[in-house]
Ligand binder design. Structure first.
Ligand SMILES: Cc1cc2nc3c(=O)[nH]c(=O)nc-3n(C[C@H](O)[C@H](O)[C@H](O)COP(=O)(O)OP(=O)(O)OC[C@H]3O[C@@H](n4cnc5c(N)ncnc54)[C@H](O)[C@@H]3O)c2cc1C
Length: 336
């Protein structure tokens, strides 16, 4: 019997599976034939290419759309940012292929205690659920909704996002092919579904039957996520808070957290230190978001924070998929 039991076949669990191969087993609640991922499937091409190459997979085989621009709709204006490889990809197929050399128990929903008693180390890769490590002391979950939509005349031919006022959330429109897009939104004020339906109607979109899906997304960073382990179970991915709070991107950071655990020989203590350190910029971005949501800050403190966040994001550009430049700080400040 392998030594490691993983709960969840999302990016974190699947990538850890790819690294550990037959030293691990994965338990996934969804059935194999209906397996999917509630997500807009958007990611940074360059980091994904490197991470998948390291486990013998060619990411190009999964890419659906390679973005050139990210358009931001704000107060009836469109502000353009250069993409840095931001792409959509067939996420469910890639997740399954990452785990092709690991035994996956599909259709098996695990509870606390099930893996802990069977394996030397249990890994909680269940995203917002945190089934093994339990509810965190503090949390910040944003509800989301998403539809797959066909547009005869697509309003935009690349990635488009529309932030809501008061930092409550944003709407996204991510291309999957020339005429098909994911249109979704997350909003702490709970207007997300209304905004998505309004957008689809406004641009004459036709929702694909059965495509409505949604779940909460966790924006609290690893540094504030406690506990990160319980008994012999450790959290990776979104269960450990690896989503970039300003953009909601969690795919690559979740895989990176799995890599950090693997590269630290599955030593939970070393992993937690490295994880918090690596994701320090996410904490800074979260602190800023949380201040703004409470209506705190002024022009000077905003400027300092935004410059610092942009500097961090430049270092993370392979992961975020946005070609941020320092000059963009002014564009961003104009949106705030
Ligand atoms: C609507 C939406 C759109 C998003 N769009 C993007 C995007 O475009 N780009 C991006 O980078 N990020 C996006 N995200 C965030 C991203 O999807 C997640 O942060 C990322 O997938 C987290 O990976 P994970 O492996 O930690 O967890 P998850 O992807 O949540 O995977 C957890 C897995 O665990 C399984 N599971 C849950 N409970 C149990 C249980 N008890 N037993 C067994 N299995 C269980 C689930 O079925 C699931 O397969 C989006 C999120 C949402 C909700």
């Amino acid at each position: 019997m392998p030594a490691i039991g993983i709960a969840g076949l999302g990016p974190a669990g699947a990538y850890l599976g790819a690294l550990l191969q037959d030293k691990a087993e994965i338990y996934e609640a969804q059935k194999e034939d209906r397996f999917t991922s509630v997500c807009a499937w958007g990611t940074g091409y360059y980091s994904m290419k490197d991470l998948t190459k390291a486990v013998g997979i060619n990411f190009d085989d999964y890419v659906l759309h390679r973005g050139k621009k990210i358009l931001v709709g704000w107060k009836k204006k469109i502000i353009e940012f250069d993409a840095y490889g931001l792409s959509t990809f067939d996420k469910p197929r890639l997740l399954k292929d990452l785990a092709k050399n690991t035994k996956v128990h599909f259709g098996t929903r695990v509870d606390r205690g099930y893996l802990e008693s069977r394996y030397r180390l249990a890994v909680d890769a269940t995203g917002p659920n945190r089934v093994l490590v339990g509810k965190p002391e503090l949390d910040f979950l944003v509800p989301t909704i998403e539809y797959r939509v066909k547009f005869e005349n697509p309003p935009f031919d690349d990635f488009y996002i529309e932030p809501f006022s008061g930092y409550s959330g944003y709407l996204w429109y991510f291309p999957l092919s020339e005429k098909e897009f994911f249109v979704g939104a997350g909003d702490v004020r709970l207007n997300h579904e209304e905004k998505v339906i309004e957008f689809i109607k406004k641009y004459g979109g036709e929702t694909i039957e059965g495509s409505r899906m949604g779940k909460a997304i966790r924006l609290l960073p690893p540094e504030y996520m406690n506990p990160l382990y319980f008994m012999n179970a450790v959290a990776v991915g979104e269960a450990a808070g690896t989503v970039y709070p300003l953009l909601g991107e969690g795919i690559l950071p979740s895989m990176i957290s799995a890599k950090i655990l693997y590269e630290n020989d599955l030593d939970v203590r070393k992993y937690m230190v490295k994880l918090k350190n690596y994701f320090l910029p996410y904490r800074k971005a979260y602190d800023y978001l949380s201040r703004k949501m409470k209506g705190q800050g002024n022009a000077l403190s905003d400027m300092i924070s935004v410059f610092s966040i942009v500097m961090d994001a430049i270092k993370f550009k392979d992961v975020l998929g946005v070609d941020l430049k320092l000059s963009y700080a002014f564009k961003i400040l104009s949106i705030l």
